[in-house]
Ligand binder design. Structure first.
Ligand SMILES: Nc1ncnc2c1ncn2[C@@H]1O[C@H](COP(=O)(O)OP(=O)(O)OP(=O)(O)O)[C@@H](O)[C@H]1O
Ligand SMILES: [Mg+2]
Length: 504
């Protein structure tokens, strides 16, 4: 490549440095772009800058990275390709210097009006891969009232082309990684298991308990409100035990009428009842060498409870219509969302069975008492459903995230999952917005008795998640992150300490 004499040694050295950086930062697209932009801004001495990327249909440009005084405000904007300087650059696939933005007919003031940051002059260059434009780098307001010149343009063009190729490669790598993760999830899923997201200290402690009791043969009773994830904890108990390569058999005790449930659990022989046209193995036999998960155990009819008690005591039973005793090697894990002690008091649940099952009780707290799990769960569900609806969501708007954090989630994780699925269906990329969630925050019950729902704690949690995400996006580079967040670096490091933000 011919380098013009207008590029001085200092700029050339800076370019070489950026190049090395680009080549060493392939793994994280966002961090890569933030590095490129921050260096580009320094090179041409601009005050603010952004990288806008084209959507696959080439109709919109979204602010992927924005640095400078109003970077945060600019970041969530999407502009049409038929307006503004960036749109002109995409359409003509050419660079542009605009030294009097206010009077340039190509300039669109819409972003400026919303952020309040005034553009005096600017330089915009296309990011090209094989002559096709994939985005635009814009640098605004040359310091000390000077104007951008051809020297700036030339240096930025070199950088933008390298950045485009590096970005393309990093994107391909990211896509491959996402696909590998999705395939791993799918294999896990095909075996019937779910991914369990855990960030809150209270849930990490429960997982620690699971780790310790998984190896024992004792029965476990999992308690907790509907939708808290009891089934997922039962899976973990199995997966952490020596039985992990054996079967994990799920039975919903509330889903079948009494007679059918008995045959489902213990099996029957031909002729045991009218429809028993052949012998059939029950779920206990199917779970041999593995774990049986008896869900909704509180709904099991009393007559069956006696038979279950015997299995718990000596692991043996008879099939319906047979006198032959069958012995199995099965670990029993049960769960209920009902107040089982009350059922015992009301004599709807046998007390001897309850004591036998309750050797190791495990209580899973509701979501409103573990706010720290919410942002990660929300991200997890967004990633899951954006693939299903084929919409490229990048995350949640600030408003959406604070709404998610302040809602009380009476239906727990199941409700959060459904809410995000719906938001992915009705929302428009790049961000899920508060209105897409359809949460009726105003009518929700205020629950001061449980969890710390003070405004301060919710705001701190929001800050923690937001900063953590920004740090991750920028490979934990505090200088770049502080720039992106538009705060002082010293303030950022104080927040990291105060909010106990740690590299994951
Ligand atoms: N920690 C978690 N990480 C990811 N997904 C979760 C988590 N906890 C729950 N879920 C999801 O939330 C939904 C509800 O979980 P689950 O069925 O285990 O709830 P439950 O406690 O058994 O509720 P119920 O008492 O109504 O049966 C499921 O789709 C599950 O995959
Ligand atoms: Mg369940």
């Amino acid at each position: 490549m011919k380098v013009s004499s207008t590029i001085d040694t200092e700029k050339l050295n800076a370019l070489i440095e950026i190049n090395t950086l680009i080549n060493s930062n392939y793994s994280d697209v966002n961090a890569l772009l933030a590095h490129i932009l921050s260096s580009a801004m320094k090179l041409v001495e601009g005050e603010a800058s952004s990288i806008l990327l084209l959507d696959p249909h080439r109709k919109f440009l979204r602010f992927e990275v924005a640095l400078g005084p109003k970077g945060i405000e600019a970041k969530k904007f999407v502009v049409r390709t038929d307006e503004g300087i960036a749109g002109w650059v995409v359409k003509n696939n050419r660079s542009l210097i605009v030294n009097d933005a206010e009077h340039d007919p190509r300039f669109s003031p819409s972003v400026q009006q919303s952020t309040g940051y005034k553009t005096q002059n600017m330089i915009a260059v296309p990011m090209c891969v094989k002559n096709e434009c994939i985005g635009v780098i814009e640098i605004l307001n040359k310091g000390k009232d000077r104007e951008f010149d051809n020297g700036d343009l030339e240096v930025l063009e070199i950088l933008a082309n390298q950045a485009a190729i590096a970005y393309q490669n990093a994107s391909y790598l990211q896509i491959s990684r996402d696909e590998i993760a999705a395939l791993q999830d799918q294999i896990h899923h095909e075996r019937g298991y779910h991914t369990l997201i855990a960030k809150s200290p209270v849930i990490l402690e429960k997982l620690d308990i699971i780790e310790r009791v998984a190896m024992s043969e004792s029965s476990v009773l999992i308690l907790g409100e509907s939708g808290v994830g009891k089934e997922l904890f039962a899976e973990q108990l199995h997966l952490k035990s020596d039985r992990r390569s054996g079967p994990f058999v799920r039975v919903n005790c509330a889903a079948l009428p009494e007679g059918l449930l008995e045959s489902e659990l213990f099996g029957h022989v031909k002729g045991a009842f009218t429809d028993a046209v052949c012998d059939r193995k029950g779920r206990f036999e199917a779970a041999h060498q593995g774990t049986i998960f008896l869900d909704e155990i509180g709904d099991m009819p009393l007559s069956l409870q006696a038979k279950l008690l015997r299995v718990l005591q000596d692991r043996s039973f008879e099939k319906l219509g047979s006198s032959e005793t069958i012995t199995v090697n099965v670990r029993i894990v049960a769960a209920t969302n009902r107040d089982i002690e009350k059922l015992v008091d009301e004599q709807k649940f046998r007390s001897d069975l309850y004591y036998r099952l309750n050797v190791l009780p495990l209580y899973i707290p509701p979501l409103r008492q573990r706010l720290e799990d919410i942002p990660s769960l929300a991200d997890f569900f967004m990633n899951k459903f954006r693939r299903e609806v084929k919409k490229n969501f990048m995350g949640f708007s600030e408003g959406a995230l604070s709404a998610i954090l302040s809602y009380s989630w009476p239906g727990n994780i199941r409700e959060l999952e459904n809410t995000i699925e719906r938001a992915c269906v009705i929302g428009r990329p790049p961000y899920i917005k508060e209105e897409d969630l359809l949460l009726n925050i105003r009518s929700m019950p205020v629950n001061n008795a449980e969890g710390d729902k003070s405004l301060k704690s919710v705001i701190n949690l929001f800050k923690k998640h937001y900063i953590q995400k920004a740090l991750e996006d920028n490979e934990w580079n505090q200088t770049v992150t502080a720039q992106v967040l538009d705060i002082q670096r010293t303030y950022l490091s104080r927040l990291i300490k105060e909010l106990e933000i740690k590299e994951r």
